[in-house]
Design a protein around this ligand. Structure first.
Ligand SMILES: [Fe+2]
Length: 173
């Protein structure tokens, strides 16, 4: 079997992945002490708030999902779950970006294009890595999680914050 065939048999489609995750166990078997917050990679702070309720809500969901990914990767739940979480993360990112772009367009944000360009770049990168990454490739999954963490924190505290200020001035909260 050549490499391409192996790749095909490993990646397949999301349905296969879901079947696999269901077999292994969908609920993370958490081994926590206290509330488990110390294991979270990102602790939400006011610094992340852009004061637009809808967008803050979705950014919080994103941060939560990244933390879940790290939680899986550190072995506190099935590592195989990490790949599924990465796929869930990809879906959240796509929805978040679309919502943000819809709001930016509606309120005629003057630097909409450059903001969208950043979104597109990240989406493309995530798609590429998810496609390439194997279920059991923990090293790549970890790199991906760190990359996403760094990218999103930078984006939220810089570009999204700037957009939040603009929207706040337009009366959007
Ligand atoms: Fe954004």
């Amino acid at each position: 079997m050549g490499n391409k065939d192996i790749d095909k048999s490993i990646f397949k489609f999301d349905d296969d992945l879901n079947d696999l995750v269901n077999k292994v166990g969908h609920t993370p078997a958490l081994r926590t002490t206290g509330d488990g917050n110390s294991l979270s990679l990102i602790q939400w702070t006011d610094e992340f708030d852009i004061n637009v309720r809808e967008l803050d809500g979705q950014n919080r969901a994103l941060v939560k999902k990244i933390n879940e990914l790290f939680f899986c990767l550190r072995g506190y739940s099935h590592q195989i779950r990490a790949y599924a979480v990465l796929n869930e993360l990809k879906a959240i990112i796509e929805t978040n970006f679309l919502n943000e772009e819809r709001i930016m367009e509606r309120y005629e944000y003057h630097i909409y294009k450059s903001h969208k360009k950043e979104h597109n770049k990240l989406s493309k990168e995530v798609k590429k890595i998810v496609k390439r990454c194997r279920l059991d490739d923990i090293e790549t999954l970890e790199k991906m999680a760190i990359f996403l963490k760094d990218w999103l924190i930078k984006h939220i505290t810089d570009k999204d914050k700037e957009m939040g200020n603009y929207l706040n001035n337009k009366g959007v909260t």
